[in-house]
Design a protein around this ligand. Structure first.
Ligand code: ADP
Ligand code: MG
Length: 262
């Protein structure tokens, strides 16, 4: 018999069970289950205010939650306290999860006082304490990958929105994370700039990166996802392969949502 180690290729990068999250009296997530298997793209869709960003931020512990389990590569988040007083217990675990689950935000969030190259190098050098010369090589390679190698020495303000978002994707990639978490990466962009970012996201999906993608772009979700989750008021209303969700929605709510967004 071959003994199989605890963490195998089948261990999901992220697994969430029965997650509850409130802001004071407002319960935003009401028992959500979600799994991001390695090499898969999971898309989160739903109306504004349904809890998509909150769920994404709970995944990498940018937010606390009040109940439920979160696992990163088979390792359960250890909590202390209960309910509104529940917080992750272990700083090292929080750091490991935040650095391994890199976020890309709607508003890019580049540091305006740093060049594009400095933006991409910052976290690997300061947080992961990697050798700057090596990081620079990696950073330049990722800038080339997203098609803006020539912008390394430019300032964020000198770039178009599409270029800034591609720089933010290069910055996330330079952490060499186990998964990428995208929160409406194309929402702030004009339609013609949106496509250059869509192209990058599709290329990342094709090379088998694990991703959770919050998007309002149903065509993108249909094209890149292995699994789509439709969130409605903090609960999963419907989920499944994109062909099912978009081609044959089962619930009135999803049908209504899709006809409103098309
Ligand atoms: P979505 O990303 O699907 O639009 P969000 O996760 O941003 O939804 O928000 C879900 C709900 O939680 C909304 O009602 C929103 O107003 C509320 N909310 C989000 N962030 C906070 C916060 N930091 N404090 C209080 N309420 C919040
Ligand atoms: Mg949001």
């Amino acid at each position: 018999m071959i003994s199989v180690p605890e963490t195998t290729v089948d261990t999901p990068v992220i697994r969430i069970r029965n997650l509850h999250k409130s802001y004071g009296q407002l319960e935003v997530l009401k028992g959500v289950d979600m799994t991001a298997p390695r090499g898969h793209v999971v898309s989160l869709i739903g109306s504004s205010g349904s809890g998509k960003s909150t769920l994404l931020r709970c995944c990498n512990l940018l937010e606390d939650s009040q109940d439920g389990e979160i696992e990163f590569e088979g390792e359960a988040v250890r909590w202390r306290g209960q309910g509104l007083n529940r917080h992750p217990a272990d700083r090292a675990q929080v750091t490991r999860m935040r650095t391994n689950l890199s976020m890309v935000f709607q508003q890019f969030n580049l540091w305006s006082h740093m060049t594009i190259l400095q933006n991409v190098m910052e976290a690997p050098v300061t947080v992961l304490k990697r050798d700057p010369a090596e990081v620079e090589q990696t950073a330049r390679a990722y800038l080339a990958k997203v098609g803006i190698a020539d912008k390394a020495d430019a300032w964020p303000a000198q770039l178009s929105g599409g270029q800034q978002q591609r720089a933010a994707i290069a910055r996330a990639l330079c952490m060499e994370p186990r998964a990428l978490l995208f929160d409406e990466p194309t929402s702030a962009l004009d339609p013609e700039l949106e496509q250059e970012v869509v192209k990058v996201i599709k290329a990342l999906a094709e090379e088998g990166r694990t991703m959770i993608l919050v998007t309002h772009d149903m065509k993108l979700a249909a094209d890149v996802s292995d699994h789509v989750v439709f969130l409605h008021r903090g609960k999963i209303e419907e989920q499944g392969p994109p062909a099912n969700l978009f081609g044959n929605p089962q619930t009135e709510r999803l049908r209504g949502f899709l006809s409103a967004t098309s």
